[in-house]
Design a protein around this ligand. Structure first.
Ligand SMILES: NC(=O)c1ccc[n+]([C@@H]2O[C@H](COP(=O)([O-])OP(=O)(O)OC[C@H]3O[C@@H](n4cnc5c(N)ncnc54)[C@H](O)[C@@H]3O)[C@@H](O)[C@H]2O)c1
Length: 445
């Protein structure tokens, strides 16, 4: 026990004095902002990234994540506080290793933990006493304890909570959110032994205003997948309402806006063309898969996924209904889609419902073009499409403009004034002072 306390005290002191060296594995949307945040307060940070182009860009302070300020990246790289490397040789020198690698789904919606497992093996080969390893990637309850711990212990011969420390702290970053950043978003930390929890909590407290410890890594893992499930289910609920309102010829936006005036017992969620990004369409299925091991069906998750996946098809059907009113067949229609990213003001088009909408329109042989100020190029069905300049001519010659993503920098009043017909899947037009003539051109989802 004395040895453990020595390790613990030494690591605690290094963390407190910020002389601990920190490794961040995976320099993506989660890892790079985290690495910059730690480097900014004086930790020496080594980023371990398998993509050589990304590692090189970090070392040149060439920013590729919009949530990071260019100046801040430049400052931490030039001062030597942040350096990126390929490969795991630096692990033995590190005091804390934070894992931020992808946790995707396989094509049959089962968890693909190959990145987490591969990285854990690399770390295990080099693990030394007195190190803290934390997992930030979103995953099902049991990954840290049942997958990572046995690999780390058997490969190194060291024991968790005695020789090294292991914790899970799910990342909650909301890309593009200006109000809540890494620093002022409460951070949950869980570990299955008290010393790991203590040391991980003290590490996160260095850069985060409020850290919330929970009693196990499994609880921390469940917190994160529950949060994303909560969003997926509530979005599905309003999407279902949108499908019903369409049949009842009611305006779902009016209904929701009025419902949201209730000062208690309701929370605003809005319908849209589907869900996208890495979290909402994927993470709940991690929990759904794990629950099956306990002979338990998570029916809300399955249902929410089913409804949300129906939305791109609904947008396509509604688009054809609008075109039908003016007698244009899908295969002759010129359709302009605004926004390819899954969320406004971001460049990320992973799992974007706008992409699914475009894919369906192309399958119907529409003459498709798109504009997205953040996404210069996309690939659909093996075809490469370039973002078009949003000229008045493009708007005037398109039979239908579909607002798929409501990027803030577009002038929607002007777009509607020039367009022949607009299908607004985000409800952005309802906030505009439109003339009756322009109002008549717009169909809401
Ligand atoms: N993006 C978000 O908004 C968000 C929010 C909360 C949680 N998360 C979770 O965080 C995790 C990471 O997501 P992300 O969006 O940052 O992913 P990302 O794809 O943007 O970044 C992951 C990085 O890890 C690198 N990588 C993969 N395998 C590696 C290896 N073996 N060694 C070193 N580097 C490796 C990739 O090259 C990539 O740069 C996921 O589990 C995700 O669910 C993401």
């Amino acid at each position: 026990m004395e040895m453990t306390l020595d390790f613990l005290d030494q690591l605690k002191e290094k963390i407190r004095s910020r002389s601990a060296s920190v490794g961040v594995v995976g320099l993506g949307y989660v890892g790079l902002p985290f690495a910059v945040e730690k480097a900014k307060v004086g930790f020496r940070v080594i980023g371990i990234e398998q993509n050589p182009a990304r590692a090189e860009r970090v070392n040149l302070a060439d920013n590729y994540i919009s949530d990071i300020k260019d100046e801040e990246l430049k400052q931490v790289v030039e001062s030597g506080y942040l350096q990126a490397m390929i490969g795991f040789d630096a692990v033995a020198e590190l005091d804390v290793i934070v894992i931020c690698v992808p946790t995707p789904l396989s094509i049959n919606l089962t968890p693909d933990l190959s990145y987490v497992e591969g990285v854990t093996r690399e770390i295990a080969k080099r693990l030394r006493p007195g190190q803290l390893v934390t997992l930030e990637s979103t995953t099902y309850p049991g990954t840290t304890d049942d997958l990572m711990r046995p690999i780390l212990e058997s490969e190194s011969g060291l024991k968790q909570g005695k020789d090294f420390f292991l914790a899970h702290s799910p990342e909650r970053v909301d890309p593009g959110n200006k109000r809540y950043t890494t620093k002022n978003t409460n951070k949950v930390v869980g570990a299955s032994d008290p010393l790991s929890l203590e040391i991980a909590t003290s590490f996160y407290k260095q850069t985060i205003d409020h850290v919330v410890p929970v009693s196990s890594a499994k609880a921390a893992e469940l917190v994160k997948v529950f949060e994303n499930t909560f969003r997926a289910v509530n979005i599905a609920l309003v999407n279902e309402l949108a499908l019903l309102c369409d049949r009842m010829d009611l305006n779902v936006w009016e209904v929701l806006d009025a419902a949201n005036t209730k000062p208690f017992g309701i929370m605003p969620f809005y319908p849209g063309p589907g869900v996208g990004g890495h979290c909402i369409p994927i993470d709940p299925h991690y929990l759904e898969w794990k629950a099956k091991e306990f002979n338990f069906n998570t029916r809300f998750i399955g249902l929410a996924g089913e409804i949300n996946r129906r939305m791109p098809g609904f947008v396509r059907n509604k688009a054809w209904r609008v075109l039908n009113e003016v007698g244009i067949a899908p295969s002759r229609a010129k359709v302009l889609v605004l926004g390819a990213a899954y969320k406004k003001d971001l460049a990320d088009w992973r799992e974007s419902p706008a992409m699914e909408v475009m894919s369906l329109l192309l399958a119907d042989k529409a003459q498709l073009s798109y504009h997205d100020p953040y996404v210069p190029q996309i690939q659909i069905h093996g075809q490469t499409l370039e973002s078009q300049n949003l000229t008045d001519e493009l708007l005037e010659t398109s039979d239908l403009v579909i607002i798929a993503t409501d990027h803030s920098q577009l002038d929607y009043g002007h777009i509607i004034s020039k367009a022949k017909a607009v299908l607004d899947t985000r409800g952005i037009s309802r906030k505009l002072p439109l003339s009756p003539e322009d109002q008549a051109k717009v169909r809401l989802l």
